[in-house]
Design a protein around this ligand. Structure first.
Ligand SMILES: [Zn+2]
Length: 455
Protein backbone atom coordinates (compact mmCIF):
# COMPACT_ATOMS: atom_id res chain seq x y z
CA UNK A 1 0.00 0.00 0.00
CA UNK A 2 3.00 2.32 0.21
CA UNK A 3 3.16 3.10 -3.48
CA UNK A 4 -0.34 4.46 -4.19
CA UNK A 5 -0.02 6.87 -1.27
CA UNK A 6 3.23 8.24 -2.60
CA UNK A 7 1.62 8.74 -6.00
CA UNK A 8 -1.23 10.78 -4.56
CA UNK A 9 1.19 13.15 -2.84
CA UNK A 10 2.88 13.83 -6.16
CA UNK A 11 -0.41 14.40 -7.97
CA UNK A 12 -1.53 16.89 -5.32
CA UNK A 13 1.79 18.73 -5.46
CA UNK A 14 1.50 19.07 -9.22
CA UNK A 15 -1.94 20.69 -8.99
CA UNK A 16 -3.13 23.38 -9.66
CA UNK A 17 -1.75 23.46 -13.16
CA UNK A 18 0.04 26.77 -13.01
CA UNK A 19 1.24 26.46 -9.45
CA UNK A 20 4.90 25.88 -10.17
CA UNK A 21 5.74 28.28 -12.97
CA UNK A 22 4.59 31.89 -12.53
CA UNK A 23 6.43 33.06 -15.65
CA UNK A 24 4.33 30.84 -17.92
CA UNK A 25 1.56 32.70 -19.74
CA UNK A 26 -1.83 31.24 -18.91
CA UNK A 27 -4.19 30.41 -21.78
CA UNK A 28 -7.52 32.16 -21.61
CA UNK A 29 -9.78 34.30 -23.73
CA UNK A 30 -7.83 36.46 -26.16
CA UNK A 31 -9.53 39.73 -27.14
CA UNK A 32 -8.34 39.38 -30.76
CA UNK A 33 -10.01 35.99 -31.08
CA UNK A 34 -13.16 37.26 -29.36
CA UNK A 35 -13.39 40.02 -31.96
CA UNK A 36 -12.80 37.60 -34.81
CA UNK A 37 -15.54 35.30 -33.50
CA UNK A 38 -17.91 38.25 -33.14
CA UNK A 39 -17.25 39.27 -36.76
CA UNK A 40 -18.99 36.16 -38.17
CA UNK A 41 -22.05 37.47 -39.99
CA UNK A 42 -25.28 35.49 -40.08
CA UNK A 43 -26.63 37.69 -42.88
CA UNK A 44 -23.55 37.14 -45.06
CA UNK A 45 -23.85 33.40 -44.52
CA UNK A 46 -27.41 33.68 -45.82
CA UNK A 47 -26.30 35.72 -48.86
CA UNK A 48 -23.55 33.24 -49.72
CA UNK A 49 -25.78 30.16 -49.38
CA UNK A 50 -28.50 31.88 -51.43
CA UNK A 51 -26.04 32.52 -54.25
CA UNK A 52 -24.75 28.92 -54.15
CA UNK A 53 -28.26 27.49 -54.37
CA UNK A 54 -28.98 29.87 -57.26
CA UNK A 55 -26.73 27.88 -59.59
CA UNK A 56 -29.39 25.15 -59.72
CA UNK A 57 -26.81 22.40 -59.48
CA UNK A 58 -23.14 22.21 -58.56
CA UNK A 59 -22.83 18.55 -59.45
CA UNK A 60 -19.23 17.67 -60.35
CA UNK A 61 -20.09 16.55 -63.90
CA UNK A 62 -22.82 19.14 -64.50
CA UNK A 63 -22.39 21.76 -67.20
CA UNK A 64 -19.18 23.78 -66.89
CA UNK A 65 -19.82 26.15 -69.78
CA UNK A 66 -22.89 28.15 -68.74
CA UNK A 67 -22.40 31.38 -66.76
CA UNK A 68 -25.43 31.12 -64.48
CA UNK A 69 -25.99 27.40 -63.91
CA UNK A 70 -23.87 24.37 -63.11
CA UNK A 71 -20.50 23.74 -61.52
CA UNK A 72 -18.53 25.96 -63.92
CA UNK A 73 -20.56 29.05 -62.99
CA UNK A 74 -20.54 28.14 -59.30
CA UNK A 75 -16.77 27.70 -59.01
CA UNK A 76 -16.08 30.92 -60.91
CA UNK A 77 -18.40 32.81 -58.57
CA UNK A 78 -16.73 31.28 -55.48
CA UNK A 79 -13.35 32.33 -56.91
CA UNK A 80 -14.57 35.88 -57.62
CA UNK A 81 -16.30 36.25 -54.26
CA UNK A 82 -13.20 35.12 -52.36
CA UNK A 83 -11.12 37.56 -54.41
CA UNK A 84 -13.53 40.38 -53.57
CA UNK A 85 -13.45 39.45 -49.86
CA UNK A 86 -9.94 40.70 -49.21
CA UNK A 87 -6.80 41.74 -51.06
CA UNK A 88 -4.85 39.70 -48.47
CA UNK A 89 -6.26 36.41 -49.80
CA UNK A 90 -4.34 34.55 -52.51
CA UNK A 91 -7.16 32.95 -54.48
CA UNK A 92 -6.59 30.18 -57.03
CA UNK A 93 -8.15 27.19 -58.71
CA UNK A 94 -6.55 23.94 -57.56
CA UNK A 95 -7.16 22.01 -60.77
CA UNK A 96 -6.88 18.28 -61.59
CA UNK A 97 -7.71 16.23 -64.65
CA UNK A 98 -9.55 13.17 -63.42
CA UNK A 99 -9.90 10.16 -65.73
CA UNK A 100 -12.84 7.74 -65.56
CA UNK A 101 -12.82 5.86 -62.24
CA UNK A 102 -15.49 4.71 -59.80
CA UNK A 103 -18.33 7.22 -59.77
CA UNK A 104 -16.46 9.54 -62.17
CA UNK A 105 -18.11 8.12 -65.29
CA UNK A 106 -16.49 10.50 -67.75
CA UNK A 107 -13.14 12.31 -67.69
CA UNK A 108 -13.57 15.63 -65.95
CA UNK A 109 -11.52 18.70 -65.10
CA UNK A 110 -12.07 19.18 -61.41
CA UNK A 111 -11.37 22.46 -59.62
CA UNK A 112 -11.10 23.03 -55.90
CA UNK A 113 -11.28 26.74 -55.07
CA UNK A 114 -8.59 27.82 -52.64
CA UNK A 115 -7.89 31.05 -50.74
CA UNK A 116 -4.63 31.27 -48.82
CA UNK A 117 -4.00 33.77 -46.02
CA UNK A 118 -0.22 33.65 -45.57
CA UNK A 119 1.11 33.47 -42.02
CA UNK A 120 4.62 33.92 -40.63
CA UNK A 121 5.34 30.23 -41.31
CA UNK A 122 4.34 27.76 -44.02
CA UNK A 123 2.66 25.22 -41.74
CA UNK A 124 -1.00 25.12 -42.66
CA UNK A 125 -4.35 25.19 -40.89
CA UNK A 126 -7.26 24.27 -43.21
CA UNK A 127 -10.92 25.28 -43.05
CA UNK A 128 -12.79 23.37 -45.71
CA UNK A 129 -16.07 22.17 -47.18
CA UNK A 130 -17.14 20.53 -50.43
CA UNK A 131 -19.13 22.81 -52.73
CA UNK A 132 -20.36 20.18 -55.18
CA UNK A 133 -23.97 19.01 -54.84
CA UNK A 134 -25.90 15.91 -55.83
CA UNK A 135 -29.39 14.78 -56.78
CA UNK A 136 -29.45 11.00 -56.66
CA UNK A 137 -33.02 10.82 -57.91
CA UNK A 138 -34.08 9.32 -54.60
CA UNK A 139 -33.50 10.59 -51.08
CA UNK A 140 -30.56 9.58 -48.95
CA UNK A 141 -33.06 8.06 -46.52
CA UNK A 142 -33.92 5.46 -49.18
CA UNK A 143 -30.25 4.93 -49.98
CA UNK A 144 -29.47 4.25 -46.33
CA UNK A 145 -32.43 1.89 -46.12
CA UNK A 146 -31.03 -0.23 -48.96
CA UNK A 147 -27.29 -0.49 -48.40
CA UNK A 148 -25.39 -2.15 -51.21
CA UNK A 149 -27.91 -1.24 -53.91
CA UNK A 150 -26.33 0.10 -57.07
CA UNK A 151 -25.45 3.79 -56.91
CA UNK A 152 -27.59 5.65 -59.48
CA UNK A 153 -24.54 7.78 -60.36
CA UNK A 154 -23.07 4.73 -62.10
CA UNK A 155 -25.97 4.41 -64.55
CA UNK A 156 -25.43 5.79 -68.09
CA UNK A 157 -28.81 7.54 -67.92
CA UNK A 158 -27.93 9.45 -64.74
CA UNK A 159 -28.83 13.13 -65.16
CA UNK A 160 -25.85 15.21 -64.01
CA UNK A 161 -27.72 18.46 -64.70
CA UNK A 162 -30.79 17.65 -62.60
CA UNK A 163 -31.80 20.24 -60.01
CA UNK A 164 -29.44 19.77 -57.04
CA UNK A 165 -29.65 22.90 -54.86
CA UNK A 166 -27.41 21.43 -52.17
CA UNK A 167 -28.36 24.11 -49.66
CA UNK A 168 -27.41 22.22 -46.54
CA UNK A 169 -25.23 19.56 -48.27
CA UNK A 170 -23.09 21.43 -48.61
CA UNK A 171 -23.94 25.07 -49.25
CA UNK A 172 -23.88 25.38 -45.46
CA UNK A 173 -20.24 24.32 -45.14
CA UNK A 174 -19.21 26.24 -48.26
CA UNK A 175 -20.79 29.48 -46.99
CA UNK A 176 -19.09 28.90 -43.62
CA UNK A 177 -15.69 28.44 -45.28
CA UNK A 178 -16.12 31.53 -47.50
CA UNK A 179 -17.32 33.68 -44.61
CA UNK A 180 -14.35 32.66 -42.46
CA UNK A 181 -11.97 33.52 -45.31
CA UNK A 182 -13.36 37.07 -45.11
CA UNK A 183 -13.38 37.21 -41.29
CA UNK A 184 -9.80 35.97 -40.91
CA UNK A 185 -8.35 38.21 -43.60
CA UNK A 186 -10.28 41.26 -42.29
CA UNK A 187 -9.11 40.63 -38.72
CA UNK A 188 -5.66 42.08 -39.25
CA UNK A 189 -4.29 39.40 -36.91
CA UNK A 190 -0.73 38.34 -37.67
CA UNK A 191 -1.07 34.55 -37.62
CA UNK A 192 1.90 32.26 -37.21
CA UNK A 193 0.38 29.50 -39.34
CA UNK A 194 -0.82 29.94 -42.92
CA UNK A 195 -4.59 29.58 -43.19
CA UNK A 196 -6.10 27.79 -46.16
CA UNK A 197 -9.81 28.18 -46.94
CA UNK A 198 -10.73 25.61 -49.54
CA UNK A 199 -13.91 24.46 -51.26
CA UNK A 200 -13.67 20.94 -52.66
CA UNK A 201 -15.22 19.47 -55.79
CA UNK A 202 -15.85 15.78 -56.43
CA UNK A 203 -16.77 14.90 -52.84
CA UNK A 204 -19.95 13.15 -53.93
CA UNK A 205 -17.97 10.94 -56.35
CA UNK A 206 -15.67 9.68 -53.58
CA UNK A 207 -13.67 12.59 -52.07
CA UNK A 208 -11.92 13.15 -55.40
CA UNK A 209 -10.90 16.81 -55.08
CA UNK A 210 -9.67 16.58 -51.50
CA UNK A 211 -7.85 13.30 -52.18
CA UNK A 212 -5.97 14.77 -55.13
CA UNK A 213 -5.03 17.76 -53.00
CA UNK A 214 -3.98 15.76 -49.92
CA UNK A 215 -1.94 13.35 -52.05
CA UNK A 216 0.02 16.27 -53.38
CA UNK A 217 0.55 17.74 -49.90
CA UNK A 218 1.90 14.41 -48.68
CA UNK A 219 4.21 14.06 -51.70
CA UNK A 220 5.52 17.59 -51.17
CA UNK A 221 5.87 16.99 -47.41
CA UNK A 222 3.78 20.05 -46.58
CA UNK A 223 3.20 20.48 -42.85
CA UNK A 224 -0.51 20.46 -42.06
CA UNK A 225 -1.30 21.34 -38.46
CA UNK A 226 -5.07 20.82 -38.69
CA UNK A 227 -7.96 20.33 -41.09
CA UNK A 228 -11.44 21.49 -40.08
CA UNK A 229 -13.93 19.96 -42.49
CA UNK A 230 -17.55 21.08 -42.51
CA UNK A 231 -20.20 18.98 -44.22
CA UNK A 232 -23.95 19.40 -43.53
CA UNK A 233 -23.77 21.94 -40.73
CA UNK A 234 -26.85 24.16 -41.08
CA UNK A 235 -30.02 22.23 -40.27
CA UNK A 236 -31.54 22.14 -36.77
CA UNK A 237 -34.62 19.94 -37.30
CA UNK A 238 -33.80 16.27 -37.65
CA UNK A 239 -35.83 13.74 -39.59
CA UNK A 240 -37.11 12.41 -36.27
CA UNK A 241 -38.56 15.82 -35.39
CA UNK A 242 -35.87 16.52 -32.80
CA UNK A 243 -34.69 20.14 -32.85
CA UNK A 244 -31.26 21.13 -31.60
CA UNK A 245 -29.66 24.48 -32.34
CA UNK A 246 -27.23 24.41 -29.45
CA UNK A 247 -24.81 21.61 -30.25
CA UNK A 248 -22.66 20.26 -33.05
CA UNK A 249 -21.05 16.86 -33.55
CA UNK A 250 -17.33 16.54 -34.17
CA UNK A 251 -16.12 13.21 -35.59
CA UNK A 252 -12.48 12.21 -35.20
CA UNK A 253 -10.91 8.95 -36.29
CA UNK A 254 -8.97 6.94 -33.70
CA UNK A 255 -7.06 5.33 -32.17
CA UNK A 256 -7.54 7.05 -28.84
CA UNK A 257 -4.43 9.24 -29.04
CA UNK A 258 -4.46 9.88 -32.78
CA UNK A 259 -3.66 13.41 -33.95
CA UNK A 260 -7.28 13.78 -35.08
CA UNK A 261 -8.61 12.96 -31.59
CA UNK A 262 -6.15 15.51 -30.22
CA UNK A 263 -7.62 18.08 -32.61
CA UNK A 264 -11.19 17.20 -31.56
CA UNK A 265 -10.35 17.64 -27.86
CA UNK A 266 -8.74 20.97 -28.74
CA UNK A 267 -11.92 22.19 -30.43
CA UNK A 268 -14.02 21.24 -27.41
CA UNK A 269 -11.70 23.14 -25.08
CA UNK A 270 -11.45 26.29 -27.21
CA UNK A 271 -15.18 26.36 -27.95
CA UNK A 272 -15.92 26.28 -24.22
CA UNK A 273 -13.92 29.51 -23.89
CA UNK A 274 -15.14 31.44 -26.94
CA UNK A 275 -18.55 30.00 -27.84
CA UNK A 276 -19.74 28.69 -24.45
CA UNK A 277 -23.42 28.52 -25.49
CA UNK A 278 -22.59 25.93 -28.15
CA UNK A 279 -21.96 22.38 -27.01
CA UNK A 280 -19.36 20.24 -28.78
CA UNK A 281 -20.39 16.59 -28.93
CA UNK A 282 -17.20 14.63 -29.58
CA UNK A 283 -17.71 11.45 -31.57
CA UNK A 284 -15.00 8.81 -31.24
CA UNK A 285 -15.28 7.52 -34.82
CA UNK A 286 -14.31 8.58 -38.31
CA UNK A 287 -17.80 9.61 -39.40
CA UNK A 288 -21.42 8.41 -39.43
CA UNK A 289 -22.18 4.83 -40.54
CA UNK A 290 -21.78 4.42 -44.27
CA UNK A 291 -21.14 8.12 -44.73
CA UNK A 292 -17.89 9.99 -45.17
CA UNK A 293 -16.34 13.27 -46.18
CA UNK A 294 -13.14 15.04 -47.08
CA UNK A 295 -11.44 14.83 -43.66
CA UNK A 296 -10.65 11.20 -44.55
CA UNK A 297 -8.53 12.30 -47.52
CA UNK A 298 -6.23 13.87 -44.92
CA UNK A 299 -6.33 11.31 -42.10
CA UNK A 300 -5.22 8.73 -44.69
CA UNK A 301 -1.85 10.50 -44.75
CA UNK A 302 -1.65 11.05 -41.00
CA UNK A 303 -2.73 14.70 -41.06
CA UNK A 304 -4.93 15.79 -38.11
CA UNK A 305 -8.45 16.22 -39.52
CA UNK A 306 -12.00 16.28 -38.15
CA UNK A 307 -15.49 16.87 -39.53
CA UNK A 308 -18.29 18.99 -38.11
CA UNK A 309 -21.81 17.58 -38.52
CA UNK A 310 -25.09 19.19 -37.47
CA UNK A 311 -26.71 17.83 -34.31
CA UNK A 312 -29.68 16.13 -36.03
CA UNK A 313 -29.82 15.32 -39.72
CA UNK A 314 -32.78 15.13 -42.04
CA UNK A 315 -31.74 12.33 -44.39
CA UNK A 316 -34.89 12.70 -46.50
CA UNK A 317 -33.69 16.07 -47.84
CA UNK A 318 -30.08 15.12 -48.58
CA UNK A 319 -28.94 14.39 -52.15
CA UNK A 320 -32.28 15.47 -53.58
CA UNK A 321 -34.07 18.51 -55.01
CA UNK A 322 -35.55 18.99 -51.52
CA UNK A 323 -32.24 20.21 -50.06
CA UNK A 324 -33.37 23.83 -50.22
CA UNK A 325 -32.54 27.05 -48.35
CA UNK A 326 -35.45 26.73 -45.92
CA UNK A 327 -33.57 23.78 -44.44
CA UNK A 328 -30.80 26.03 -43.11
CA UNK A 329 -31.01 27.86 -39.79
CA UNK A 330 -28.49 30.64 -40.27
CA UNK A 331 -28.15 31.50 -36.58
CA UNK A 332 -27.12 27.88 -36.01
CA UNK A 333 -24.75 27.90 -38.99
CA UNK A 334 -23.17 31.07 -37.59
CA UNK A 335 -22.52 29.34 -34.25
CA UNK A 336 -20.79 26.48 -36.05
CA UNK A 337 -18.73 29.03 -37.97
CA UNK A 338 -17.72 30.67 -34.67
CA UNK A 339 -16.51 27.34 -33.28
CA UNK A 340 -14.38 26.82 -36.42
CA UNK A 341 -13.10 30.39 -36.18
CA UNK A 342 -12.05 30.25 -32.53
CA UNK A 343 -10.37 26.85 -32.90
CA UNK A 344 -8.49 27.64 -36.10
CA UNK A 345 -7.39 31.07 -34.83
CA UNK A 346 -6.09 29.63 -31.53
CA UNK A 347 -4.12 26.98 -33.38
CA UNK A 348 -2.78 29.42 -35.96
CA UNK A 349 -1.57 31.76 -33.19
CA UNK A 350 0.05 28.96 -31.17
CA UNK A 351 3.42 27.34 -31.87
CA UNK A 352 3.39 23.98 -33.66
CA UNK A 353 2.68 20.92 -31.53
CA UNK A 354 5.90 19.47 -30.07
CA UNK A 355 7.17 16.26 -31.64
CA UNK A 356 7.39 13.58 -28.95
CA UNK A 357 8.92 10.82 -31.06
CA UNK A 358 12.52 10.17 -31.97
CA UNK A 359 14.03 9.56 -35.40
CA UNK A 360 12.95 5.91 -35.36
CA UNK A 361 9.41 6.84 -34.35
CA UNK A 362 9.91 5.78 -30.74
CA UNK A 363 8.10 7.67 -27.94
CA UNK A 364 10.52 9.90 -26.03
CA UNK A 365 9.36 8.65 -22.65
CA UNK A 366 11.39 6.78 -20.03
CA UNK A 367 11.35 5.63 -16.40
CA UNK A 368 14.48 7.52 -15.39
CA UNK A 369 16.08 8.31 -13.06
CA UNK A 370 14.62 6.01 -10.38
CA UNK A 371 13.06 3.43 -12.69
CA UNK A 372 9.60 4.51 -11.44
CA UNK A 373 9.50 8.14 -12.64
CA UNK A 374 7.93 9.66 -15.74
CA UNK A 375 10.71 11.22 -17.75
CA UNK A 376 9.35 13.05 -20.78
CA UNK A 377 11.36 14.50 -23.62
CA UNK A 378 10.22 16.39 -26.68
CA UNK A 379 11.60 18.40 -29.58
CA UNK A 380 11.52 22.18 -29.11
CA UNK A 381 8.68 23.91 -30.99
CA UNK A 382 9.74 27.10 -32.79
CA UNK A 383 8.23 30.09 -31.00
CA UNK A 384 7.40 28.24 -27.79
CA UNK A 385 8.16 30.06 -24.52
CA UNK A 386 6.85 27.29 -22.26
CA UNK A 387 5.16 23.88 -22.39
CA UNK A 388 2.30 22.19 -20.59
CA UNK A 389 2.41 18.55 -19.65
CA UNK A 390 -0.90 16.67 -19.52
CA UNK A 391 -1.77 13.27 -18.13
CA UNK A 392 -4.74 11.05 -17.51
CA UNK A 393 -5.70 7.56 -16.51
CA UNK A 394 -5.17 5.18 -19.45
CA UNK A 395 -8.84 4.13 -19.48
CA UNK A 396 -10.31 7.64 -19.83
CA UNK A 397 -10.20 9.72 -22.98
CA UNK A 398 -9.91 13.30 -21.73
CA UNK A 399 -6.89 14.84 -20.06
CA UNK A 400 -7.33 15.01 -16.28
CA UNK A 401 -4.29 16.86 -14.97
CA UNK A 402 -1.74 19.30 -16.32
CA UNK A 403 1.33 21.13 -15.24
CA UNK A 404 2.97 24.08 -16.99
CA UNK A 405 6.74 23.98 -17.23
CA UNK A 406 9.28 26.52 -18.44
CA UNK A 407 11.00 26.57 -21.81
CA UNK A 408 12.65 23.15 -21.47
CA UNK A 409 12.59 20.02 -23.61
CA UNK A 410 12.47 17.45 -20.86
CA UNK A 411 10.76 17.10 -17.52
CA UNK A 412 10.50 14.45 -14.85
CA UNK A 413 7.33 13.75 -12.91
CA UNK A 414 8.75 11.79 -9.98
CA UNK A 415 7.15 8.55 -8.85
CA UNK A 416 4.64 8.40 -11.69
CA UNK A 417 4.70 4.99 -13.30
CA UNK A 418 4.54 5.60 -17.05
CA UNK A 419 2.61 2.37 -17.59
CA UNK A 420 -0.35 3.68 -15.61
CA UNK A 421 -1.03 7.02 -17.32
CA UNK A 422 -1.17 8.60 -20.75
CA UNK A 423 1.11 11.62 -21.01
CA UNK A 424 1.11 14.45 -23.52
CA UNK A 425 2.75 17.81 -24.02
CA UNK A 426 1.67 21.07 -25.67
CA UNK A 427 3.74 24.10 -26.66
CA UNK A 428 2.76 27.55 -25.34
CA UNK A 429 3.48 30.72 -27.32
CA UNK A 430 4.34 34.18 -26.05
CA UNK A 431 0.66 35.24 -25.83
CA UNK A 432 -0.37 32.08 -24.01
CA UNK A 433 -1.82 30.26 -27.03
CA UNK A 434 -1.39 26.50 -26.75
CA UNK A 435 -0.69 24.02 -29.51
CA UNK A 436 -2.35 20.66 -29.97
CA UNK A 437 -1.32 18.15 -27.33
CA UNK A 438 1.11 15.50 -28.60
CA UNK A 439 0.59 12.22 -26.75
CA UNK A 440 3.22 9.61 -25.92
CA UNK A 441 1.78 6.51 -27.54
CA UNK A 442 2.67 2.98 -26.56
CA UNK A 443 2.97 1.10 -29.86
CA UNK A 444 1.38 -2.30 -30.34
CA UNK A 445 4.11 -4.91 -30.07
CA UNK A 446 4.55 -7.20 -33.06
CA UNK A 447 5.51 -10.65 -31.80
CA UNK A 448 7.01 -13.09 -34.33
CA UNK A 449 5.36 -16.48 -34.88
CA UNK A 450 6.71 -19.22 -32.61
CA UNK A 451 8.40 -22.11 -34.36
CA UNK A 452 6.70 -25.41 -33.59
CA UNK A 453 8.05 -28.87 -34.47
CA UNK A 454 5.60 -30.51 -36.87
CA UNK A 455 4.70 -34.02 -35.61
ZN1 LIG B 1 -21.77 16.50 -48.16
Amino acid sequence: MRHPLRLWVVVLLAWPATGCAQSVPTPGADAQIQQLVAAVSESRLRELATMLVGFGTRETMSTATLTTRGIGAARQWIFDELTRSSPRLQVSFDTYRIPVQGRVTRAVELRNVMAVLPGRTNRRVYISAHYDSLNLGRSQLDVLAAPGAQNPQMLPAFDHDAEAPGANDNGSGTALTMELARVFSDSGIDFDATLVFICWAGEEQGLIGSSAHAQRLAAEKTVVEAVFNNDIVGNVRGGTGLVDSKSVRVYAVGPEDSVSRSLARYVARVAATYVPAHRIRLMAREDRFGRGSDQSSFTRFGFPAIVFREANEDFAKQHSAADTLDGIDFAYLAQNARVNAASAASLALAPPAPRVTGDRGQSLIARTPSGYDASLRWNASPGAVAYRIYWRNTWTNDWERSQAVRNVTQFVLPAMVIDDFVFGVAAIGVDGHESLISAYVSPTRQAPDVKVVQE
